[in-house]
Design a protein around this ligand. Structure first.
Ligand SMILES: NC(=O)c1ccc[n+]([C@@H]2O[C@H](COP(=O)([O-])OP(=O)(O)OC[C@H]3O[C@@H](n4cnc5c(N)ncnc54)[C@H](O)[C@@H]3O)[C@@H](O)[C@H]2O)c1
Length: 377
């Protein structure tokens, strides 16, 4: 049979989202919303973030005659699941959401991911605006269009790419975030430097800038800038931007097994150190570069760097087999030879590793784990 291409549909689905950033800009949000036509808004957030910033936003909307109803969700990692997504979608439809409604996601990465996915599903796609309130959300998760929830087997297993109408990042918001959470957000910035620069110096500077507590919006901008060029070159993360997942194969499994007791960035911090150890054990990375990981993430930033004693290497390995980056090539790892230089033999930035060696690296890390790295809570 001859195959004829009859047509090729231009879906026009690829959109670009402006990222607005500034300090103390929340009063200006109505003006930017008004640039778009909509019937009503739903402000989706957690009870805590509603108290912190949501009520003030609702008052501002009222002043500008913008119809907006608050909708609360549980934004803990354990609730980033089908049940929260389903309840949210049903509630929005029941409360009168139409194709012309706007969803406003006010909160951290969990709220952004769940609302982004709900927006993609309701009536096959409605518009949403991200209003990130954490370091991670302002400098990492909103700089990608990936929306996902966790599954029964692991992190971020069900999701889509769905771009927000725009992102509205007020640098004042993440100031109220607990320091432990802020540090977890800085991890991704350290990772961005490690994967793109030939020296780790900029990562050390980022950490020092955060620790100084001064120039907070400058610090946020530097974090954003550490990711922006990577994602700009590959917005759907199908090519080189997969490198952003450095440390995440180990990290996602560890985060998943910790059942919410380790923050995303903390698990990625451990995952980066494990990736560095694995690369070294395979004869690729120098010991000095492995030590850079421990010094910058562990000693300077203060995030955990070893596998918590409670997690078994075999469990972590099993969980990694469900990693969302896994392809027909099986379990693969993103490994650096040196700062900015990935092992990239097959052009996909990932390599296979011997199971026994991976288990050995995990066991050694767990062995080094000390009291402070026991899972909190
Ligand atoms: N899509 C992506 O590319 C991407 C990238 C990175 C992380 N993520 C996801 O993001 C999630 C982590 O997000 P997160 O680190 O932003 O945290 P989070 O969304 O888990 O929020 C943590 C807690 O902080 C509270 N909070 C939010 N803003 C606050 C503020 N300003 N002050 C005080 N408390 C505040 C929240 O109510 C919540 O209880 C993970 O699920 C991760 O998988 C996604």
């Amino acid at each position: 049979m001859q195959v004829q291409q009859l047509t090729q549909f231009e879906t026009g689905l690829s959109v670009s989202s402006p990222f607005y950033f500034g300090q103390g800009i929340s009063d200006r949000l109505p003006e930017y919303l008004r640039r778009h036509s909509f019937d009503r808004c739903f402000l989706i957030t957690s009870a805590k973030v509603l108290r912190l910033f949501g009520q003030t936003l609702l008052t501002t909307f009222e002043r500008h005659s913008i119809r907006c109803q608050p909708v609360l969700i549980d934004d803990t990692e354990g609730h980033k699941n089908w049940s929260t997504l389903q309840n949210l979608c049903e509630e929005l439809v029941a409360r009168g959401a139409t194709r012309d409604s706007l969803l406003l996601a006010l909160g951290g990465g969990v709220v952004g991911n769940v609302v982004g996915l709900a927006a993609a599903l309701i009536y096959r796609g409605i518009r949403f605006v991200e209003i990130p309130t954490t370091v991670t959300a302002q400098t990492d998760s909103t700089l990608s269009n990936k929306q996902a929830i966790n599954g029964a087997q692991g992190k971020n297993q069900f999701g889509v790419y769905h771009a927000p109408l725009f992102i509205w990042a007020d640098a004042d918001y993440p100031r109220t975030e607990p320091l432990r959470q802020q540090a977890a957000g800085v991890v991704e910035g350290v990772k961005n430097v490690f994967i793109t620069q030939s020296s780790v110096a900029r990562a050390e500077k980022l950490v020092e800038l955060w620790k100084s507590g001064e120039h907070f919006s400058q610090f946020l901008l530097e974090l954003i800038e550490s990711k922006r060029p990577i994602i700009a070159g590959d917005p759907s993360e199908k090519g080189s931007a997969i490198s952003l997942e450095y440390g995440h194969t180990f990290g996602h499994a560890i985060e998943w097994l910790s059942r919410g007791r380790l923050l995303h960035g903390e698990a990625v911090s451990i995952g980066m150190c494990l990736a560095a150890e694995l690369s070294h054990a395979m004869g690729h990375s120098s010991r000095e570069f492995v030590e850079d990981h421990y010094r910058i993430l562990g000693s300077r930033l203060g995030t955990p760097v070893h596998l918590p004693i409670e997690l078994s290497p075999a469990q972590v390995y099993e969980t990694m087999l469900h990693d969302n980056k896994r392809t027909q090539k099986g379990l693969r790892f993103l490994l650096l030879k040196s700062p900015g230089a990935f092992l990239n033999e097959d052009g996909d930035y990932s390599v296979a590793a011997d199971r026994e060696l991976v288990l050995k690296v995990l066991e050694q890390s767990r062995h080094r784990s000390n009291e402070t790295e026991k899972l909190a809570g």
